[in-house]
Design a binder for this molecule. Structure first.
Ligand SMILES: Cc1cc2nc3c(=O)[nH]c(=O)nc-3n(C[C@H](O)[C@H](O)[C@H](O)COP(=O)(O)OP(=O)(O)OC[C@H]3O[C@@H](n4cnc5c(N)ncnc54)[C@H](O)[C@@H]3O)c2cc1C
Length: 391
């Protein structure tokens, strides 16, 4: 019986394990994950957003399946007949744009969304003011609104998939992969720090921002690198009603989080590599670049107080910011990857899990065709860029 070894057991690894288990293949699956608390993984450090606001049909379809799974998550992941709760907070996404070019891009992405049956709307300034109290729109031209978009608890999502996969019989090994051994055009052994070498018939690399290091063990080069993303959680003296995740034209994004709000900033020029500290430099950046934008956009934010901050890492695909999934085209025949999710992997987790299970068990995609997201485009140096909202 062929053994599938999954490297990394966070949202991707556990969703793949769950979908393989659902298809009756649990006894073939071993997940190697060093940290069952997922302290450093991107998933629990993420914003937990699930949106249909994408500019590529594949990404819309992946998030649509993600939304469906997460909306029914408690029942789907139940293991003991007592499903817990797993809220899907449908506060929406609001992508604000200014200038002809940005409005045209938002229109182009709306067209892709509408063609996929997503009920998003492009709202003008008057309509934005009518719908969203307490937010200032005098300096924007339009806002793309996704009413079906929302948020989940990402840590609960990882643990939910993991528990359910284990209930199917998937084995998790608490260990770290340190090397891969090959024979001819195949990986035949996965070497772990504490348990030594493990025989493998198929290897799936879903180690997030560490995936490039795993690829390097077999000489595979991917244009993916860790990109540190600081997040600041703040509260207000006078709480205000929840707001959609709002992406400002400056790149600053904020969303309701518990009793307060979480805010972050996407900076295209940010340095690559692991950077865990959110120290003086990041707090100075908050004061000089985030706070002015936040206080302008939502006047109630003027009195905000930052309570905590943390950093997580995107697995950032510098070719086009998009997912790479599938076998190593032109390389080892049994080595698969799924990485490059930037800030949108949590919502794609369910679909990536299903897609990888289809590839491994059926030899091809059965539901969403992700062929365009394969490693072939890296070989061809042919970026597949999304229009509109980018995480
Ligand atoms: C600040 C921030 C905000 C985000 N917001 C969103 C959002 O709103 N919506 C959304 O959809 N996505 C969001 N994301 C992106 C999302 O978190 C990631 O795309 C997703 O978590 C990727 O999942 P993963 O399983 O590939 O990687 P990870 O969650 O990073 O997991 C990788 C796993 O690999 C393991 N590993 C590492 N090295 C080894 C090894 N040598 N051997 C074995 N295992 C190993 C790690 O321990 C870890 O558990 C955000 C990310 C960040 C950083």
């Amino acid at each position: 019986m062929d053994r599938i070894v999954i490297i990394g057991g966070s949202i991707m690894g556990s969703s793949i394990a769950y979908h393989l288990g659902l298809a009756g293949a649990a006894d073939r699956v071993l997940v190697v994950e060093p940290d069952p608390t997922y302290e450093w993984a991107a998933a629990p450090r993420s914003a937990g957003g699930v949106r249909l606001m994408h500019g590529l049909p594949e990404n819309i379809e992946m998030s649509r399946y993600g939304r469906e799974v997460y909306r029914n998550f408690a029942a789907l992941m139940d293991v003991d007949g007592e499903p817990g709760t797993f809220p899907f907070l449908e506060y929406g996404y609001l992508y604000l744009v200014v200038g002809h070019e940005a409005v045209a891009e938002a229109q182009a992405s709306l067209k892709v969304q509408r063609e996929a049956g997503v009920p998003n709307e492009l709202l003008d300034r008057d309509e934005l003011e009518r719908r969203f109290d307490g937010v200032r729109f005098d300096d924007v031209d339009a806002g793309l609104f996704g009413p079906q978009d929302g948020f989940i608890d990402p840590y609960a999502a990882v643990q939910g998939f993991r528990r359910k996969a284990q209930s199917f019989g998937v084995e998790y090994l608490t260990d770290r992969v340190v090397d891969l051994e090959t024979v001819d055009d195949r990986v035949n052994r996965v070497v772990t720090e504490a348990h030594g070498a493990i025989e493998a018939d198929v290897v799936v690399n879903v180690a997030g921002a560490w995936a490039p290091a795993i690829c390097a063990m077999v000489g595979m080069s991917i244009p993916v690198e860790p990109l540190s993303r600081p997040t600041f959680y703040f509260e207000l003296r006078e709480p205000i009603a929840p707001l959609p995740l709002t992406k400002d034209p400056s790149g600053v994004a904020f969303r309701t989080e518990g009793a307060g709000f979480a805010a972050g900033l996407t900076r295209p020029g940010a340095a690559r590599g692991f950077q865990w500290d959110v120290g003086e430099a990041e707090h100075a950046l908050f004061d000089s670049e985030l706070w002015p934008v936040l206080a302008h956009r939502v006047p109630a934010f003027e009195a905000l107080k930052v309570q905590r901050s943390w950093a997580g890492h995107y697995a950032y695909n510098r070719l086009d910011g998009n997912t790479i999934i599938g076998p190593w085209v032109g390389g080892l025949s049994n080595f698969y990857i799924a990485t490059g999710f930037s800030g949108a992997g949590l919502q794609k987790g369910p679909a990536i899990g299903r897609a990888m299970a289809e590839l491994l068990l059926e030899g091809g995609y059965q539901t969403i065709d992700l062929t365009r997201l394969s490693y072939q485009r890296v070989i061809d140096n042919a970026p597949l860029v999304e229009v509109g909202f980018k995480a």
